[in-house]
Each structure stands twice: as C-alpha cells, then as structure tokens.
Design a binder for this molecule. Structure first.
Ligand SMILES: O=C(O)CCC(=O)c1ccccc1C(=O)O
Ligand SMILES: [Mg+2]
Length: 329
C-alpha cells in the first residue's frame, strides 16, 4: 500500500533593507530603498531552499509591511498546503514561498536556479535624464546592446530632444526601449509614439495609467512601435485579464511580483505571448529564480530587463552566494 507522506519544512525568514546607490527616478517619483524578505525552507533531510519576497507596492503588489505580517503568522513548520493557500492578494509572498519550495522539490529547477545560464540577452537600464546620452558607452563595453530609458519625467519637448541625441549617438546595432511608468497623457503618448516610429524604438512601455487600458489598446493599433504593458500586468491575474481583453502587444513580466511561478509557467506555456522579463531590483536569490524563468519562457529574442548593475552598495551587489546573502542579515 502506498502511504502519502506529507512533507514538512522548517520555515525561517529575515527582513532586509538596501539603499540604492542612486535612487531610481521614474515618472512616479524617486525610489530610494529596497525592502524585502529572504526566506529559507529546510526539509527533513536537512536540504535547504532559499526564496525572496521583494514587493513593489507602488506597482500594485502588496506592501512590505503586509509581507512581514504574513511571514510572522506562518508557523515555523510548514507544508505545501500553507504555500498553495497564500491568497492572490499577496503575489510577492506566493513567488517567494513557492520558489523556495520548487528549489527543494524539483531537481532540474534547482539545478537551473543554482546555475542560471545567460541563455538570453539582458537589457541595461540607462540613467534617467540627459546622462543617458553618455552612459550607454560603458554598458556597451560590458556587452549590453539593448538599453532602456525612462520617460515622462521631464517636459516632453526636452525629453524628445534628448531622445534624438541619444539615438544619434547609439551604434546602429543597439536597441532602445522607453518606459513611461504610466506617466504620459493620451496627447503626450501620441507625441512619443510619432517620435518612436521615426527613430525605430524597440517598444514603449506603459505609456498610460492602468485604468486607461482601452486607450493603450487603441494606440497599440495605430503606431508601428509596439507597446508593452507593465504596471497593467504586474500580477498574473492582471495579465490574464489584459490577455482576455485582447492585448496582443508585449507583456512585461516581473516574476517576483507575478504570483506563483508554477502558474506563470503554465500560462506562458499555453499562450503565445510576447513576454519581456524584468527585475524588481531583488537580491541574487530572487534574481536567479526570475532569470531561470526568463530563460525558460522568453519566446522571442527580446532582452530581459535584468541587466542592472551597481544598483546597491558593493557589499551587497557582489553577494551572489545564497548562503552568504542569508548570513549577511
Ligand atoms: O525592466 C527593466 O529593464 C529594468 C527594471 C525596471 O525598469 C524596473 C525596476 C524596478 C521597478 C520597476 C521597473 C519598471 O520597469 O518600471
Ligand atoms: Mg516598467
């Protein structure tokens, strides 16, 4: 007779706080400090699996405080049931717990997580504003050929002039994508799209606020530059809604806030979507899991938005070993 064994895991978590070397400047303002939680599951044989909860409340995920409340109420011994019961209102917690569980339970995934190959190209984030015009050079020397520049931060005319200069200075093989972080109006979005069509921009990301889906859908049919949804598809539930409502442009996927990785994988494997995977400025633990999902699920040649270097102080940036990261807290 087969006895179904219920596995239990010791659950531990440690909160962290890391200030950015330079705050991230978007149309939504400045973001100065990343707060998140590292977690560790230990099975009956002493094997460990790490996970990371890196919420992005200004994007619509749960807040850091909510993730802390959630972790504090979990018992110190948990089962897979505790993980699958995490509600969809806590997508960053779903990601963190399930990816730690997957690391322990699926050997092939664990191998990938421990040893992520750079099978897909990465895009590098340029500094916001006029510094972008020179900053691409050192990134190009590091091997990046896709760049992303934030727009909707300064006056339109000013930004369009910088954009012209930037495009003239970039080598012809380079690709440039723009991210408005929902900071444009219909009128300014049109001005950008006209310029993008002329300059051959890879795509324009989230031009309008989340509540203006129909306008973005209409714009996506009127210009040759593709549009990408990001804030609109922060969680898998939102992504499914936008897909059902007819979005066939690009979907930016930030695995760390998308929800359960298993469900993200299932959706991407059953729907042919143009996906661009992207970081939320997590530590190496969340990043490696996100990157292995990106390598597995990116169907096009689009660069993943994980080419972010030197965002944190050196002591943190250089920690790529999970045990060391854990022990540093
Ligand atoms: O996606 C990328 O290329 C880089 C990451 C990025 O831009 C980002 C990073 C953290 C939070 C939000 C965003 C964003 O895409 O708006
Ligand atoms: Mg974005």
């Amino acid at each position: 007779m087969l006895a179904t064994q219920i596995h239990s895991y010791q659950f531990e978590f440690r909160a962290y706080q890391r200030p950015f070397r330079q705050p991230l400047k978007t149309s939504q303002g400045l973001w100065n400090v990343r707060t998140g939680i590292l977690l560790r599951l230990t099975d009956e044989t002493g094997q460990v699996g790490f996970g990371e909860i890196a919420p992005l409340a200004w994007f619509g995920s749960e807040t850091f405080e909510q993730t802390l409340v959630f972790c504090r109420q979990l018992p110190s011994e948990i089962t897979a049931e505790h993980i699958s019961a995490i509600p969809s209102t806590l997508p960053a917690c779903q990601f963190g717990l399930e990816s730690a569980w997957l690391a322990l339970n699926l050997n092939n995934v664990a191998a990938k997580i421990r040893n992520p190959k750079s099978e897909i190209p990465y895009s590098a984030l340029l500094p916001t504003g006029p510094d972008a015009v020179e900053a691409w050079r050192s990134l190009w020397q590091q091997g990046f050929y896709t760049f992303k520049w934030k727009v909707g931060v300064a006056a339109v005319q000013e930004e369009l002039e910088i954009l012209q200069t930037l495009c003239q200075s970039l080598p012809p093989q380079a690709r440039l994508r723009l991210d408005a972080n929902a900071g444009l109006t219909l009128e300014t979005a049109i001005a950008y799209l006209q310029a993008c069509d002329q300059l051959g921009i890879e795509f324009l990301e989230q031009p309008l606020p989340v509540n203006q889906f129909q306008n973005m859908l209409a714009l996506s049919q009127q210009y040759s530059t593709p549009l990408a949804l990001d804030e609109s598809v922060a969680t898998l539930a939102q992504l499914k809604t936008c897909y059902a409502q007819g979005w066939r442009g690009i979907f930016v996927i930030k695995p760390a806030i998308a929800g359960f990785p298993s469900q993200l994988r299932q959706f991407c494997q059953t729907h042919q979507i143009d996906a661009v995977f992207s970081s939320v400025f997590e530590t190496a633990i969340g990043r490696d899991i996100g990157l292995s999902l990106a390598a597995e699920l990116t169907s096009s040649d689009r660069a993943a938005g994980f080419g972010v270097t030197h965002w944190f102080s050196d002591s943190w940036d250089q920690l790529s070993d999970f045990e060391q990261l854990w022990n540093s807290l």
